[in-house]
Design a protein. Structure first.
Length: 237
């Protein structure tokens, strides 16, 4: 379902605002794995509630337990250049911005200490498009899963893979943006010798006032030229 934000459809669109979601399933080369098999169990497993504070450590992987979730989760082996993704437990009706990040996992992907530093890099995103005639267009609204490639030159090793949707239906006020996210655990093989950059930390990558986080999608400023994605640029490898 494609959502185009305009005053005419605002009333009907707001009916979607009650649908929340989590990301229990990793997708590897077209195969959807079992719930929480390779994805760290998130704190919203039952509630599907989002994170709203970018300065909270929940913005990293949103684990149900910061000590127990990682070692209880399996590690999926994937080849660099292959297609991976995440499947949600509900249709993702909120208009928003998707991004995928990775971090080298030290000492291992199932270690609770993996990804705690400035080690994350962005590998993919899906942003709304904009033109003066259409306004913001959210082609991703209503999907139930997203897929994207692992960069071909990513070095071999164990990684965390972080999926995120920033839902923007309430983002016109501070702390109104909703972050739906999860982390999968990967072992990457057949990789290359790339050097992923730029690197960020979670928390630390975002500010509540970033223009892609604090934005009223229903009343854009007169000088608006397009959605500004938060976080670093994409490393394509």
């Amino acid at each position: 379902m494609k959502v185009i934000i305009s005053t005419a459809i605002l009333a009907s669109f707001l009916g979607l605002a009650s649908a929340h979601y989590a990301f229990p399933d990793l997708i590897v080369n077209g195969t959807t794995t079992a719930d929480w098999q390779y994805v760290r169990i998130t704190a919203n497993k039952w509630s599907s509630a989002p994170v709203t504070d970018v300065n909270n450590q929940a913005i990293r992987c949103y684990e149900e337990s910061y000590t127990a979730s990682a070692p209880a989760t399996g590690i999926a082996t994937v080849a660099a250049g292959s297609t991976v993704g995440f499947k949600a437990n509900n249709a993702m009706g909120h208009p928003g911005y998707f991004a995928a990040y990775m971090t080298k996992a030290s000492p291992a992907a199932n270690s609770a200490s993996a990804g705690l530093g400035k080690t994350w890099f962005k590998i993919w995103d899906w942003a709304p498009t904009y033109s003066p005639s259409t306004g913001l267009v959210f082609a991703s609204a209503g999907v139930s899963q997203v897929t994207f490639p692992i960069p071909k030159s990513l070095p071999n090793g164990q990684y965390l893979l972080r999926i995120e949707q920033i839902a923007l239906h309430l983002s016109g006020s501070l702390n109104g943006a909703q972050f739906y996210l999860a982390c999968g655990q990967l072992n990457v093989i057949n990789g290359g010798s790339g050097n992923p950059t730029p690197l960020v930390s979670f928390p630390g990558a975002y500010k509540q006032t970033d223009p892609g986080i604090l934005i009223n999608i229903y009343a854009l400023p007169s000088n608006f030229t397009g959605y500004v994605a938060p976080g670093p640029t994409i490393w394509k490898g």
